[in-house]
Design a protein around this ligand. Structure first.
Ligand code: ADP
Ligand code: MG
Length: 730
């Protein structure tokens, strides 16, 4: 075996690993929670009253901060950051390449003659022009102007990482087009606030604002750093393109909620401590279903903040993992044959009066409000299931959706037996003209939504979109995704639906129908129309695919075609009318998503061919040579005829190795050809489809034959850490 066999080295590294415990600064989280955030407490300490009030009204009411006050805010922020040792600042934003971006500048400014000052003013706080020409813009910047601007988002507090003050910003072109995830998210939050507040007015005049809330659950895999370096596929593409399934996978289900391994535990404690210092309210941690798979979840927050916190958390996790000789895999499907990773998005709406609009309440009146928001959400998902599907489409998620305990690509809504029964009753009972008696009865019925429902006993893990007692849980988003993608769509479709709802109710009221009855009648219409999207059965079953087709629910199994939703007229109108995305922005995003898809599959395909030809084949040849030597030796010693019986197994192995090697080679050549052909296509959509239909299938076939070789070749010679090692060593 060559001394460079990284697998052997990795195995020995892993055996020698030590757990690196880092204790939190205090056993009481409240002692250090948020210490690295310029939060309300810090603002009160470091800002003038005027500056403080300006930031508060920007946060609470979206009001603009004038330049003079911005200077004061900047100065206070700098003081605070410097008091904690910060020397640099950066605008922190979320471009469409899927990660977060930062460019650090020092506060320091030379004055000449060897003197210098620390400078950070309102201008630097409010707006920057990062050299951002390499971020994806979908042609927006080429068409108009090359420049992109980052602009301060006061809704998300500045924070400190190492010695840098990070200022959350949006990222837009000079003509104001969104070049990031956050701009449309903020617009959608506002659209939803307006539409939902208007509907709340039917029930409670005191409601002035409705806040979208998000509680995400982040799933991930851990892998030892030495294994990571020995697997070019995982290093380059985030997932294993090779590897025979281990004898034992997740069938024993002994990992889920099992005791957390020591090294993992030390890693979790440290990244949680760092996250808590950054004000990320992480609360829950547990093992996930697959071996070496875990989950982290915070307490839910206002959505804009929750999105930032998720991006930040992923960053903190990656940095912390390295300290523990680990790597975090956020890929949706690092290992075929075991569960993939998702990022459940728990979505709800809260009023500024403290009511969760998706929590069934005690009084009949409040429950009509609950039902209004509940049924409007279902109706929105029904009407725009295609865009919701598009919002979670990615090369990685394609492997996960519909495979091993992940929701299918068909968007349906699960609400549980009790609420299904209730909606069915409402559908039957609310007549176009209601007698006063039946109305009271109905209201009483609604008033009796039992509290037991809130226990979440009625759980269906097979649904992509499930009501879980006081919120909807969107389970389809992929683990590596920015939550903002799915949440922007969610907010937008519900905003549009609530607007339509209000219009319908008002129209009935104008015709003389009493308000309560108008609301109930409109709710009934929603229940009737959105019925096909409700599904309580097993979402993993094939029967559901057939049933869904009968119900005319869209089912797009792959990303390039799922993304078509973005070019539909209805989608463009929806986003334009709600003010969330212009047609130009939608087109740009659609192009970027297609391009990202192509790039991902292209990288995978390159790594795959490289590994097939330069790792797998040489190992197979080496073992085959040993066999050949053995056969030759036996013939020499025993004589050709006498050796025949003694060499049957070896000769058979030699032949089978040759067959699979030939397949691996031919398929790799074929894949490279397919890639070259795809690369000549200029249309972004056509090219993505070519990668999906003609390049991607080769990888599965190459994996198949390589896995056969893995089973034939001497374990000692196999260069790639095997699946059992990746999944079961810790
Ligand atoms: P689980 O789904 O694991 O049973 P919970 O139901 O308690 O756990 O919550 C799961 C996630 O849902 C958590 O991240 C939590 O913060 C979030 N969540 C709870 N209530 C809300 C809400 N009103 N809005 C948004 N997210 C919520
Ligand atoms: Mg959950």
């Amino acid at each position: 075996m060559s001394t460079l066999n990284l697998r052997a080295k990795a195995l020995s590294d892993v055996m020698g690993r030590q757990t690196k415990e880092v204790n939190p600064p205090s056993s009481r989280i409240s002692d250090y929670y948020g210490v690295n955030v310029f939060n309300d407490q810090a603002m009160r300490m470091f800002l003038t009253v005027d500056a403080y009030n300006a930031v508060r009204s920007a946060i609470d009411r979206g009001e603009r901060i004038d330049r003079r006050l911005a200077d004061q805010v900047a100065s206070g922020m700098k003081e605070w950051a410097a008091s904690k040792g910060a020397t640099h600042y950066t605008h922190w934003f979320q471009p469409l390449n899927g990660s977060s971006a930062e460019k650090h500048d020092a506060f320091f400014e030379p004055l000449g003659e060897g003197r210098s000052i620390e400078r950070f003013d309102g201008g630097m706080l409010v707006q920057q022009e990062p050299d951002a020409s390499s971020f994806p813009s979908g042609g927006i910047r080429n068409t108009f102007e090359a420049r992109g601007y980052s602009a301060w988002d006061p809704g998300s507090p500045a924070f400190l990482i190492h010695n840098t003050l990070c200022i959350p910003t949006i990222f837009v072109s000079w003509t104001g087009e969104a070049l990031d995830f956050k701009t449309p998210l903020l617009r959608s939050i506002r659209a939803l606030d307006e539409a939902a507040t208007a509907v709340c007015q039917y029930f409670d005049k005191d409601v002035k604002k409705v806040i979208a809330t998000l509680g995400w659950e982040q799933e991930y895999f851990l892998i030892d750093e030495s294994f990571y370096y020995a697997r070019p596929d995982i290093m380059m593409a985030g997932r294993a393109l090779f590897g025979h399934g281990p004898a034992r996978g997740q069938q024993l289900e002994d990992h889920y909620f099992g005791s957390i391994p020591d090294r993992t535990h030390a890693f979790m404690r440290e990244f949680e401590t760092e996250s808590l210092k950054l004000g990320i309210p992480v609360k829950t941690r547990h093992n996930e279903v697959a071996p070496n798979q875990f989950e982290c979840a915070p307490v839910y927050e206002e959505m804009n903040l929750a999105v930032d916190h998720n991006m930040l958390l992923m960053d903190v996790m990656e940095k912390t993992a390295r300290k523990h000789d680990l790597r975090v895999l956020f890929h949706e499907k690092p290992y075929s044959g075991v569960n993939g990773s998702g990022k459940h998005n728990n979505w709800s709406l809260a009023t500024d009066t403290g009511v969760n609009l998706l929590r069934p309440a005690k009084t009949p009146k409040e429950n009509i409000q609950f039902l209004a928001f509940f049924t409007n959400t279902i109706a929105a998902v029904h009407a725009h299931a295609d865009v919701l599907r598009a919002s979670i489409a990615s090369a990685g998620n394609d492997h996960r959706l519909g495979a091993n305990e992940a929701p299918p690509a068909i968007i349906s809504v699960f609400i549980g037996g009790y609420l299904s029964g209730l909606l069915d009753d409402l559908e039957k009972n609310i007549k176009a003209t209601m007698s006063p008696a039946s109305k009271t009865e109905l209201k009483l019925d609604i008033g009796r939504i039992p509290q037991v429902m809130l226990d979440n006993t009625d759980r269906n893990r097979t649904s992509p979109f499930a009501f879980t007692g006081n919120k909807f849980e969107f389970r389809a988003p992929g683990s590596s995704a920015n939550c903002a993608g799915a949440m922007t769509v969610m907010n937008t479709i519900v905003a549009a639906q609530l607007r339509a709802f209000k219009k319908d109710v008002d129209a009935l009221v104008d015709k003389g129908v009493k308000k309560d009855e108008a609301i109930l009648r409109t709710i009934r219409d929603l229940i009737v129309h959105s019925k096909p999207v409700r599904f309580e059965g097993n979402g993993y079953s094939d029967a559901w695919k057939e049933e869904a087709a009968k119900r005319k629910l869209p089912n797009f199994p792959d990303t390039p075609r799922a993304l078509d939703a973005w070019s539909r007229r209805e989608t463009i109108a929806l986003f334009r009318d709600t003010g969330v995305l212009s047609e130009t922005e939608i087109k740009a995003r659609h192009g970027i998503e297609l391009h990202n898809y192509t790039l991902k599959v292209q990288i995978e395909s390159r790594v795959c061919a490289d590994m097939a030809l330069n790792h797998v084949l040489p190992a197979a040849v080496q073992y085959q040579n040993r066999l050949i030597e053995n056969v030759r030796g036996l013939r020499e010693v025993m004589g050709a005829q006498a050796a025949e019986g003694a060499t049957v197994t070896q000769v058979d192995l030699i032949r089978r190795i040759s067959e699979h090697m030939e397949q691996v080679r031919t398929l790799s050549v074929g894949m490279t050809k397919a890639r070259k052909a795809a690369n000549t296509i200029t249309d972004e959509r056509e090219r993505a489809i070519a990668y999906c239909d003609t390049v991607k299938p080769f990888m599965d076939q190459i994996r198949y034959h390589s896995n056969k070789l893995e089973l034939l070749v001497d374990d000692e010679l196999w260069p790639l850490p095997k699946m059992r090692e990746l999944l079961f060593t810790r």
